[in-house]
Design a protein around this ligand. Sequence first.
Ligand code: ATP
Ligand code: MG
Length: 262
Amino acid sequence: MSDASPLFVIENLHAGIEGQEILRGVNLTINRGEIHALMGPNGSGKSTLAYAVAGHPNYEVYEGRVLFKGENVLEMGPDERAQLGMFLAFQYPTAIPGVTMANFLRLAVNSVRQARGNGEGKPLTPREFRRLLREKMELLRIDESFASRYLNEGFSGGEKKRAEILQMAMLEPEFAILDETDSGLDIDALRTVSEGVNSIFTPNMAMLLITHYQRLLNYIKPHFVHVMLDGRIVESGGPELAEELEQRGYDWLKEESGAVGS
Ligand SMILES: Nc1ncnc2c1ncn2[C@@H]1O[C@H](COP(=O)(O)OP(=O)(O)OP(=O)(O)O)[C@@H](O)[C@H]1O
Ligand SMILES: [Mg+2]
């Protein structure tokens, strides 16, 4: 496939839970090198989009396609999507008792390396792994003691978010969706995490940031901003759209799009 084809495409996606349609025809194209922000009021379907794309078992897809590197990921299991180079960080990350951060990361990194043929698909040696982990933890200013803690167990809100970004830094995905990575971060952590995300980002990858606040977008500059209302993207623009939303809220878009309720 040529490099000119988009990295990630959502076509007319209809999805929901238990027969209840939440996404009602979402279209989105993201190219390599682009950062897109997805905003919108509570309950508009942003997290549903992230879960449907990730292949969460509770979410049903009724119609449409999601193409990553030209392949329809809706036909793949969540692990295959990750192995193909997608990374999804969730609004409410789960704890895995008994599994340390370092062990979890080593398994995840080696599984992705193997599937993607990185370094000829060979697993990292324990020494290589430790060096990589230390480098990324320094980058994100995460305390070394984190590596031996159980994944997300007893992590504070902000620590969970940092742990997510650490996962992303270790996995080096080509496409990442971050759902409210900024929520619960204190001002310093927001800056550290944003700097970390910026330093991980390369022109060969792309990112979709789901956020409520312009604040994050001051640190991580999006090329495009989209607004979701009632399960559809009703407005797209440049970074100035986020500033306009900060000033004016969502009501003007609700009126323009004829959306009811929400
Ligand atoms: N498990 C579920 N069962 C029933 N309804 C659900 C479930 N999960 C989500 N919904 C509904 O789907 C709609 C969209 O939810 P979603 O979490 O995608 O919104 P969001 O845009 O991410 O909101 P927020 O900004 O608050 O995170 C909401 O009305 C929500 O109540
Ligand atoms: Mg959400």
